[in-house]
Design a protein around this ligand. Structure first.
Ligand code: TXA
Ligand code: MG
Length: 342
């Protein structure tokens, strides 16, 4: 299959026909990757079971891992759910559009292919203008996982998408780098209290400020065990080479890098600005940004992992951020990516 790259410029006159074209592909049962404010998604008509099956094939994703449905209007949320819990209202008001995915009771219209047989559905209203325009142009809700091969780091630009999926999808809408760089926060509202299934671009603190205490899902269970969110399994988001994590100090990073050089010939490092590194080995350094500026560090995380891997390093070293604010999402992704259990 030929995959088209539809390059957007931000100029409406130029972009409009390309978005209409992408919407027509979705309506015809095709697959279109598109930017959201978090990461690129791999979209299909949520009401077309054949198109939904193709998402799983293109990604190499197991059928037990459910999909998020992306909507552009509150009306579409009503269409996809059966009963909105009270706690959903202030969250919808504050975070939709935005980077929060809510797990809600599904309506009959939602295919079990999307939900992997569950009676709940994950719903998100992305804030990215291209994502919104695509959903409107296609006229249907769009089911979309991240547009990477299963288990790989999520794509934050169109090159990442094409690296993983060229030849398996009809088109990618190329809207440049995604601004947040980590996936949406997933909150299950069908439990009491609600459960954080995946920390993400919306900090837990902002959610708790809105609805009170949320239960955390902290255990990392071995692959294959039944999980509330299959994407929370131990190894995920992973580069193809070992990822070694250090404590979050310049001294600890220095030490971990030095040790790694005794084991690996070429080592890649995600280096916070100003942190020093040993100068006696084969290091490839990705300048990550100022430690503590989590917006920037999150935005560059998956880019950094894919870039270092592309440089041919044998291992990657990074300091592990604290479990607070947006850093919690970065910490979660690094921890999963470093889990040697396959
Ligand atoms: O930011 C994001 O959320 C991106 C963009 C494209 O929207 N999407 C994304 O999708 O990260 P994906 O499929 O890579 O991760 C979604 C996670 C999966 O781990 C899936 O298991 C979980 O959401 N999920 C989806 N529906 C669910 C449900 N009904 N119950 C529990 N978990 C669900
Ligand atoms: Mg994913």
């Amino acid at each position: 299959m030929l995959t088209q790259r539809l390059i957007l410029t931000g100029d409406d006159q130029h972009d409009r026909p390309l978005i209409e074209q992408a919407g027509a592909i979705i309506r015809a049962g095709g697959l279109v990757a598109f930017p959201t404010e978090t990461v690129y998604g791999l979209g299909a008509d949520a009401y077309n079971p054949v198109a939904l099956q193709r998402i799983f094939q293109a990604k190499g994703r197991p059928a037990w891992d459910p999909l998020i449905v992306h909507v552009a209007t509150p009306q579409q949320i009503l269409e996809l759910t059966s009963g909105i819990p009270d706690l959903a209202l202030p969250l919808i008001q504050r975070f939709m559009p935005g980077s929060l995915t809510l797990i809600l009771p599904k309506s009959d219209r939602v295919s079990t292919i999307i939900t992997a047989g569950r009676d709940t559905v994950g719903i998100r209203m992305p804030s990215h203008p291209v994502a919104q325009a695509l959903i409107r142009a296609s006229g249907v809700p769009i089911a979309a996982p991240s547009a990477n091969r299963f288990g790989r780091p999520s794509p934050t630009n169109a090159d990442h998408v094409l690296h993983d999926l060229a030849g398996a999808i009809e088109a990618v809408l190329d809207g440049g780098e995604t601004p947040r760089g980590v996936e949406s926060t997933i909150l299950d509202l069908t439990t009491d209290p609600p459960t954080l299934l995946r920390p993400g671009a919306v900090p837990l603190e902002a959610i708790e400020e809105t609805i009170g205490t949320v239960r955390l899902l902290t255990e990392m269970l071995p692959r294959g065990m039944s999980l509330p969110a299959p994407g929370t399994m131990a190894r995920h988001y992973a580069p193809r080479v070992p990822l070694l994590l250090s404590a979050p100090t310049p001294e600890a990073l220095y030490g971990t890098v030095k040790d790694s050089l005794t084991q690996y010939e070429w080592v890649g490092v995600l280096r916070p600005r100003g942190w020093s590194l040993p100068d006696n080995g084969h290091l490839i350094v990705f300048e990550w940004g100022t430690w503590g500026e989590w917006d920037t560090l999150a935005q560059k995380l998956f880019y950094a992992l894919r870039w270092l891997e592309g440089q041919g390093v044998h291992a990657i070293v990074a300091p592990l951020p604290p479990a607070e604010g947006l850093a919690r999402a970065v910490r979660d992704r690094l921890t999963r990516a470093s889990n040697p259990e396959q």
